[in-house]
Design a binder for this molecule. Structure first.
Ligand code: PEP
Ligand code: MG
Length: 567
């Protein structure tokens, strides 16, 4: 019998696939094979995973010895022995080498086989070792799957991933063949959902405990627009969905054919539509979907994918490639926005009661100038390869902008003294994502070359509703008149000062909001690549002068639902 589960729509699109549970405690991978020319790389990844796991186990052993004594810590000695046991690690190496299995898949299979073998033995001590090998296998698997996105995997089945919640690194590490994502918790503006939209994978969040009833391998239909899951659908539903998917595909294809054309309103105003990207891999898709540049490069993913602070050269290589890919088009690169829901395993973050209100983004960077300067130097060095717009996140005070600009100037001077070329016409801007910055936008507009509104954070801070908490998801709404008024204030301030005001929060990609945004004076919208064709189509159907007239009346409405009804 079919079963329906309702959640919150997070990334549009329909998907039909079999369930693959991603349990937080148990990492599971589907059958994956590696292209022959990736085998060396795969073997190397396995060696790295062994080294890191071994270091972790040593640390655990030290901590356990200190807390509980040497005897209790001995268990970790046994764990480490597995990592040098030829019957375990050599077997994994040989499966990668001979069967072309991915390191993760080979590791999972060998671990499971060894654990089953141990469990079947008539010896209590050896039976208990099954748990140990499982632990070690999971540790290795966690390291192997964290960077899985670099491997070309081949999978046969279409899968819908189910999880309690997904971290950004979980999402980027998903293997190929994933057609949908459904999570028990999470939110529309969580970074997992943002990534899903970028990747064009339909997603539903906040499905709650009901998701627990769904079994591995169940067939399901996921509707990322309505936020509904249909588990074990009947043939009629499958047929209907397949027909709808065909229809959606045809419309998307039509819109995509026009995506490379400029977006000009009926009364001749050009609006620039750009892409939000998280890594170099997103560039191709951004261009394919008609992006006229990059409106937000979330550089934190460069840091998240690393096991240590990325070096200046490493960063320079990445920034140079983005800038070159878009040659004379603007590329807005946001400096490190870490903290909040984005923690770095190697960063010195203390526990905070309210991380979203804590030591994050520009606050962290200004307090750690060495880390910040590495990024700024890499950016300035790359500036000669294109049109660089540097953007600072979470700006709240004029002092922060002054301090950040001063650091840019220092880095520039240092580079020039070293004889390194720096472009003369990079721009410096800020995100408006804290209500204080929107209220004071007139003052900030005098200090920067551009402002970009981050509605994901602006909404959570204005409405005091955590963007990642499904219990307050009903309150979190960028169409709330208070949020819209702040956007209008920012747009107005930018126009008065004659600087570009754009938006890179998720609202920019919602075509229901497009008319309001251009009516408020925004001239640049940046979004997940997949949303670009539809928003461009919407812009072509609008008249800016009419939109401007509409705005005051809309801002006078008292609720988000009343506003939606007018759009
Ligand atoms: C925002 O807050 O709207 C934004 C674009 O930044 P992020 O989602 O990365 O916090
Ligand atoms: Mg933000």
């Amino acid at each position: 019998m079919a079963m329906n589960v309702k959640g919150i729509a997070a990334a549009p699109g329909l998907a039909i696939g079999k369930v693959m549970w991603l349990r937080q405690q148990t990492v599971e991978v589907i059958e994956q094979f590696v292209e022959p020319n990736h085998i060396e790389q795969e073997l190397q990844r396995f060696e790295v995973a062994i080294t890191i796991s071994s270091q972790e186990i040593t640390e655990l052993q030290a901590v356990t010895t200190k807390k509980l004594g040497e005897k209790e810590a001995e268990i970790f000695e046994a764990h480490r022995e597995f990592l040098t046991d030829p019957s375990y690690v050599d077997e994994i190496r040989s499966r990668i080498h001979q069967k072309h299995e991915s390191a993760a898949y080979a590791c999972q299979q060998v671990t499971q086989e060894m654990a089953a073998m141990l469990r079947g033995l008539d010896n209590e001590y050896l039976q208990a070792r099954a748990t140990d090998i499982h632990d070690v296998g999971q540790r290795l698997l966690r390291h192997l799957t964290e960077s899985d996105q670099e491997i070309k995997t081949i999978s046969s089945d279409k899968r819908i991933v189910l999880a309690e919640d997904l971290t950004p690194s979980d999402t980027v590490s998903l293997p190929e063949g994933i057609v949908g994502i459904a999570t028990m918790r999470g939110s529309v503006t969580g970074h997992a959902a943002i990534l899903a939209r970028t990747l064009g994978i339909p997603m539903i969040v906040a499905l709650g405990e009901a998701l627990n009833a769904v079994q591995e391998n169940d067939l399901m239909i996921l509707d990322g627009k309505e936020g509904t899951l249909c588990v074990t659908p009947d043939e009629a539903m499958l047929l209907k969905t397949r027909a709808l998917m065909e229809g959606e595909k045809a419309l998307a294809k039509e819109q995509k054919n026009r995506a490379a054309d400029d977006a000009v309103t009926k009364d001749g105003q050009r609006i620039h539509v750009l892409a939000n990207i998280g890594s170099l891999k997103d560039i191709e898709r951004a261009i394919e979907f008609g992006a006229e540049g990059v409106g937000l490069f979330r550089t934190e993913f460069l840091y998240l994918e690393n096991t240590d602070w990325p070096s200046e050269q490493q960063q320079y290589d990445v920034y140079r490639q983005v800038l070159s890919a878009f040659s004379n088009r603007p590329v807005v690169i946001r400096t490190l926005d870490i903290g909040g829901d984005k923690a770095l395993p190697y960063a010195p973050f203390d526990h905070e009661e309210n991380p979203f209100l804590g030591h994050r983004a520009i606050r962290f960077c200004l307090a750690n100038p060495a880390i910040f300067k590495t990024q700024l130097r890499a950016l300035l060095r790359a500036s000669v390869h294109g049109q660089l717009w540097i953007m600072f996140p979470m700006i709240e005070t004029l002092d922060e902008i002054a301090a950040a600009k001063e650091l840019v100037a220092t880095c520039r001077q240092e580079l020039e003294q070293e004889g390194t070329a720096v472009s003369k016409d990079y721009r410096i801007g800020m995100m408006v994502e804290i209500p204080a910055a929107a209220v004071m936008a007139d003052q900030f507009a005098k200090q920067v070359d551009f402002m970009s509104i981050g509605t994901n954070d602006l909404t959570q801070y204005t409405l005091a509703a955590d963007r990642g908490n499904e219990k307050v998801a009903y309150l979190y709404d960028a169409f709330h008149p208070a949020v819209l008024r702040l956007i209008a204030m920012t747009g107005h301030a930018g126009q008065q000062q004659g600087i570009v005001v754009g938006m890179c929060g998720e609202l920019a990609g919602d075509s229901l909001a497009t008319e309001l945004l251009i009516g408020m004076g925004l001239t640049e919208l940046s979004m997940s690549a997949a949303s670009i064709p539809a928003v461009k189509d919407k812009l072509r159907s609008l008249t800016t002068s009419e939109a401007k007239v509409k705005v005051p009346a809309i801002l006078d409405l008292g609720t988000a639902s009343a506003i939606r009804a007018q759009l």
